[in-house]
Write a protein that binds this ligand. Structure first.
Ligand SMILES: *Cc1c(COP(=O)(O)O)cnc(C)c1O
Length: 462
């Protein structure tokens, strides 16, 4: 009986192979060694099952499989990816991509930084004070507070303002935001009592008024970010709710979600903006940092100083405070909004406002650059989405590179598992790469990765 394991290479023999050696650096030797051991164990099992058959060139298989295993390992990391899905704020891809200046400022803040030190006086300062100052300047609100995300801002506002009491909300606004963030559960976790009024499609001011009692703590309005109701619908405006709240000495909390600081009406997009909410005199206005604001993940509360100061002192505020990296990126993003060129410098806004013809030109460049690959390529009209639970149902005219004549699932996987990860979508049996959500900078990378996907389609196979 020949020993089926005799031909298996030693761990060091695999590690010494040039193809494996070249992996060190980006991945530690220890991690590569782990991959080699896994691969050799698998080859050993296979050899034992097929007893008698000598594995053909075991060293070569071990090397190829190790390279693939290391590549799979790298794909588990948080990688930079090129978003060609056409969904500008893609929740699975981390929503807003940061501007160049936000990235630079974030990197600077990775070192020791004056996050709680006033450099002028040398005294301790309040974390977030400068970003809050920028928010006041931008919005005209009297106070601001920054926390980890908008879900946390909602929890803090409910608990800090109305714990143990009823908060009134329209049945049409009892939404699930996504990621399991369902308002009735948020109420429960925040320790406030849900008092729903009206119906799914129609709620009137009188419905709110009838529900007000001695135990009412606040009125909450939540923007239905991720779906639309149409037809026989009605609900009070923010201003009407504020008037009612004032009459009963209650605060009105307005959860806007997307945080649109500059009106998108010139782009033909209809999304409530922060200015409108403040104009209605809502006591607290809540929104995210990484949706239409175009910055890092954060939850922003602005409004009446008395309420904000009360929330700032709440123990939960400490638990959901924001990190220095976020603050650095947020400061830079807010400064860009203040500068007046937000539509040029903030990627989310420049992507949303890029004329469809400009996207088409970029698609034509990509198709031209790939013309010698033998792929069936064309430039097709398509529709992009804002995403991130903003502007449900509203589409933006765009263009995409269409790749047909390939097996779409395989081609998409190959792009998704490349050296640089490219994400597209499949439509009508073809691969579509919508360039609206791609940084123009990355167009050449996209070209190189498509070339690579054609040359070496299988990079992670077992
Ligand atoms: C997105 C959204 C939230 C949650 O914001 P995060 O920053 O993701 O926590 C809350 N409320 C509304 C209305 C939203 O659109």
């Amino acid at each position: 009986m020949p020993n089926p394991l005799r031909n298996l290479p030693a761990v060091n023999a695999v590690l010494d192979h040039p193809d494996v050696k070249s992996l060190f650096g980006d991945v530690s030797r220890a991690q590569v060694t782990g991959c080699v051991r896994t691969v050799l164990n698998r080859l050993r099992d296979q050899a034992q099952k097929a007893s008698g058959d000598k594995p053909a060139n075991a060293l070569e298989s071990a090397v190829v499989q190790t390279v693939q295993a290391v590549h799979r390992l790298k794909l588990q990391r948080l990688n930079g990816v090129v978003n060609a899905t056409g969904i500008v704020l893609h929740t699975n891809l981390g929503r807003a991509i940061l501007s160049d200046s936000a990235i630079m400022r974030l990197v600077l803040a990775t070192r020791a930084t004056n996050v709680e030190l006033d450099l002028q006086s040398g005294r301790r300062s309040r974390r977030g004070a400068h970003a809050e100052e920028l928010l006041r300047e931008l919005t005209g609100a009297s106070s601001a507070l920054i926390v980890n995300n908008c879900a946390a801002a909602t929890m803090l506002a409910l608990q800090g303002v109305a714990v143990g009491r009823e908060v009134i909300i329209s049945r049409g606004q009892l939404v699930e935001i996504g990621g399991g963030f369902r308002l009735p559960e948020v109420f429960e976790a925040a320790g406030v009592i849900l008092r729903e009024v009206g119906t799914a499609n129609r709620t009137r001011v009188e419905d709110y008024e009838r529900a007000i009692s001695d135990n009412t703590g606040a009125i909450l309005r939540v923007h239905r970010s991720n779906f639309r109701v149409s037809g026989f619908v009605a609900e009070p405006t923010a201003a009407e709710l504020v008037t009612l709240a004032r009459k009963h000495d209650l605060p009105m909390i307005d959860d806007l979600g997307s945080g649109c600081l500059t009106s998108l009406a010139p782009l033909g997009l209809d999304e409530p903006d922060v200015a409108g909410s403040l104009k209605s005199k809502a006591d607290l206005v809540l929104f995210s940092g990484d949706k239409l604001l175009g910055g890092p993940q954060a939850g922003i509360l602005i409004g009446q100083a008395a309420w904000i100061e009360r929330l700032r002192k709440h123990p939960m505020a400490r638990a959901i405070r924001v990190c220095k990296l976020t603050l650095a990126a947020l400061e830079a993003t807010l400064e860009e909004h203040l500068s007046g060129d937000a539509f040029e410098t903030i990627p989310v806004l420049s992507m949303l406002s890029m004329p469809a013809e400009a996207v088409r030109g970029r698609c034509e460049y990509v198709v031209g650059a790939l013309s010698d690959l033998g792929l069936d390529l064309s430039v097709v009209a398509c529709e992009s989405e804002v995403g991130g639970g903003s502007l449900a149902d509203q589409r933006i005219a765009s263009f995409a590179v269409r790749i047909s004549g390939v097996q779409p699932d395989k081609f998409v996987k190959s792009l998704r598992t490349g050296e640089v990860v490219i994400l597209g979508r499949i439509e009508d049996g073809a691969v579509l790469l919508d360039l609206r959500s791609v940084r123009p900078h990355d167009d050449t990378i996209l070209v190189e990765e498509i070339q690579r996907a054609v040359r070496e389609p299988r990079r992670t196979d077992e």
